[in-house]
Design a protein around this ligand. Structure first.
Ligand code: DP6
Length: 362
């Protein structure tokens, strides 16, 4: 009979409010600037990974959303994650062998793996699927291997799968410290505040298009590093100040400050994309209409306050951060600006709400 060891886990999506864009080391995935994100509830958006290990498996195999089409051997990012977790498992096995005796230890580090990973949302449509996917892979491996390791240490391994994945190892508000060491040992994620620190904060997700994006983040950001002078300004003069102010805004639950920095940073990220040569366009007409809608909402409300903030990653889909009391108004606004959107579904989940309008626009 086959002996199989199995673990399943899920990981959340995170949406940056200070964007990561640019690597100073493309192999270790070390960023050119720090970043900060909010981890969304797993109720509606998550990656789920099941990993089996067996001495009877002839090779390691991976199915992504049911399809086995990734060349594992050639995929350096996957290899990084396998190598690092296996190395830790080996060390752990050696320790257990010494402590408990040689025949009490499963040599899991020597077994091949069968990995099934699924996202319950569009892959590679600018909705951080690589973040939750790699975070989930590394987390599930750590569970299978029973690694005695902290989330911060795990985040350094997930980072080598996809930079933004390091932030999905934590809930709540998470910073990715860029670090300064060449070996990446100080480039890790840290929790700024837990999710229940600011329960009124909500994220509404507007799916503008679920098509796969044209220019991948990985390719796009290196073109930006090589050609954009605006990026250098951003790295040196803008992000360090924004990180500090954003951390203060979160600690103080100051939505005005949070919303202003979030929108400014999304705008600057897309500005450096435009400053890349040749330019990269992630926003489309619908994305821009959403920006106009939120800008108008913020400037015409009776309280004269910022009541919502948009942000866009490497794709046209919008994430709108707001506080709970504004949700009905914003949903009405979306219905007004994007009529005939019958597919709009409304999900309520604490503490981050999710609004998916699948056919907004295109
Ligand atoms: C725009 O983490 O997908 O979402 O490290 O090359 O895998 P790689 O890039 P990735 O880039 C995410 C970029 C972003 C901003 C962010 O999440 O901070």
């Amino acid at each position: 009979m086959e002996t199989i060891y199995e673990k399943t886990a899920t990981s959340p999506v995170n949406i940056a409010v200070i964007k990561y864009w640019g690597k100073r080391d493309t192999t270790l995935i070390l960023p050119t600037n720090a970043s900060l994100s909010v981890t969304l509830s797993q109720d509606h958006l998550h990656s789920k990974t099941t990993i089996r290990a067996s001495p009877d498996f002839e090779k390691t195999r991976l199915w992504l959303n049911g399809v086995e089409d990734v060349d594992i051997e050639k995929n350096k990012r996957l290899q990084n994650c396998f190598r690092e977790t296996r190395r830790l498992r080996k060390e752990y096995e050696e320790k257990l062998r010494k402590d408990k005796g040689p025949d009490k230890v499963l040599p899991l580090s020597e077994y091949n793996l069968h990995i099934c990973s699924e996202n319950n949302f569009p892959t590679a449509a600018g909705l951080a699927s690589s973040a939750s996917g790699f975070a989930c892979l590394v987390y599930t491996l750590s569970q299978l291997y029973e690694l005695p390791i902290s989330a911060a240490e795990l985040s350094k391994i997930a980072r080598q799968g996809s930079g933004s994945a390091c932030r999905s190892l934590f809930g709540g508000f998470v910073a990715w410290e860029m670090g300064s060491k060449d070996d990446g040992s100080d480039s890790q994620a840290v929790e700024i505040a837990p999710r229940d620190h600011w329960p009124e904060l909500e994220a509404l997700i507007c799916i503008v298009s679920d098509a796969k994006k044209g220019v991948s983040s990985t390719e796009g950001m290196q073109n930006t590093v090589n050609t954009s002078t605006l990026l250098q300004h951003r790295i040196e003069h803008v992000v360090p100040v924004r990180m500090k102010n954003m951390i203060d805004a979160i600690h103080e639950r100051d939505f005005q400050k949070f919303a202003e920095i979030t929108m400014q940073d999304s705008n600057q990220f897309h500005a450096v994309c435009l400053d890349t040569f040749p330019p990269i366009f992630y926003l489309n007409d619908v994305s821009r209409a959403i920006i106009r809608m939120i800008t108008e909402y913020n400037s015409t409300n009776s309280e004269k306050k910022l009541k919502a903030a948009y942000t866009f990653d490497a794709g046209p889909n919008a994430v709108i951060y707001t506080t709970s009391e504004n949700i009905p108004e914003i949903i009405n606004l979306i219905a007004k600006y994007f009529p005939g959107n019958d597919d709009v579904k409304n999900y309520f989940s604490d503490p981050f709400q999710l609004f998916v309008g699948k056919t907004i626009g295109e």
